[in-house]
Design a binder for this molecule. Structure first.
Ligand code: SF4
Length: 301
């Protein structure tokens, strides 16, 4: 946890919960699992939460509320947009409802901050805010708490949409993080959102990130008036070759953009072929390197 972060859409992270387990394809390269496994020797902060199995990091299944971190936002005087549990999932099945309630109680107390919670378990999120705890929920929806779901492809979006829609119907601010954007999403039925974050996968094992998928999310935002925040293109950016140029059309990507098939400054491939775009920023996180229409970083109103 930190009162600053390199996550572009937040000012700080706060992790009052430790540990997690994988849910879907979006978890395959979970950076939190890898970080916990890296520090999993006795005495280190990841001990008991993650381990190495056949050279791969794996959560052990232990998930705990870290009591001493509960009041951390108290010490941050300036109001901040705080990403809650950037390295876990607040609605993990191993956490007791009462423990989730204690995190919510903290957020109720510190109204100067805006808390953003992302989950891959929106069914538990809905269950929590619908039923518990009466003292907190009596004041719900909390205007300084935004509730979001992570999705990565059509299947995960389909599984999670209706739960989040029901959260929105209860009056909460809702958002989606479509990151890593691994596959197409059917955006019909997502009008209820207050915000969309979209980005390709980064890291050493990053999977392909299609620019088309990012554009689809943007198009949905334009059509519905939902603000969109394009976070990053990802580490393995794939675009379709444009007419007449083989690789990237200079009218879309900034002049000088290189493609994988372009070791000598020539562009290969026919129209419609997949072309890997090589960006200097390793996460594809520098908007100056993107086509102009993708340079969109809006926040909810
Ligand atoms: S839910 Fe989030 S923290 Fe948990 S394994 Fe998946 S990506 Fe990692």
């Amino acid at each position: 946890m930190s009162d600053s972060t390199d996550i572009e859409w937040a000012d700080a992270t706060w992790n009052p919960v430790k540990g997690c387990t994988r849910v879907s394809e979006g978890c395959r390269n979970c950076y939190a699992e890898r970080a916990a496994a890296r520090f999993s020797k006795p005495g280190e902060w990841g001990h008991g939460y993650a381990e190495w199995r056949n050279g791969e990091p794996r959560w052990t299944g232990k998930v705990s509320l870290i009591e001493e971190k509960l009041d951390l936002p108290l010490h941050w005087q300036r109001s901040r947009r705080i990403f809650v549990n950037s390295t876990s999932d607040l609605f993990h099945e191993q956490l007791a409802t009462e423990e989730i309630g204690r995190v919510f109680a903290t957020m109720t107390l510190f109204r100067r901050h805006t808390f953003l919670i992302l989950t891959k378990r929106p069914e538990r999120m809905l269950d929590f805010i619908s039923r518990w705890p009466p003292r907190v929920i009596a004041r719900a929806p909390l205007k300084n708490v935004w509730l979001g779901a992570s999705v990565e492809d059509r299947a995960s979006a389909g599984d999670r949409r209706d739960w989040l829609m029901r959260v929105a119907k209860l009056g909460w601010t809702t958002f989606v993080s479509y990151e890593p954007a691994l596959g197409q999403v059917d955006w019909r039925g997502w009008r209820f959102l207050d915000w969309i974050i979209v980005g390709g996968e980064s890291g050493p094992k990053a999977r392909r990130s299609r620019v088309d998928n990012i554009r689809d999310a943007l198009r949905h935002g334009r059509k519905t008036g939902i603000p969109v925040f394009v976070k990053q293109m990802g580490a393995r950016v794939i675009d379709r070759a444009a007419a007449g140029f083989g690789g990237c059309a200079p009218t879309e990507w900034p002049a000088g953009t290189r493609t994988e098939e372009d070791p000598h400054g020539y562009l290969y491939g026919g129209r419609g072929d997949d072309v890997r775009v090589l960006l200097r920023d390793r996460k594809g996180g520098d908007p100056a390197e993107w086509p102009e229409d993708l340079r969109v970083r809006e926040l909810p109103r």
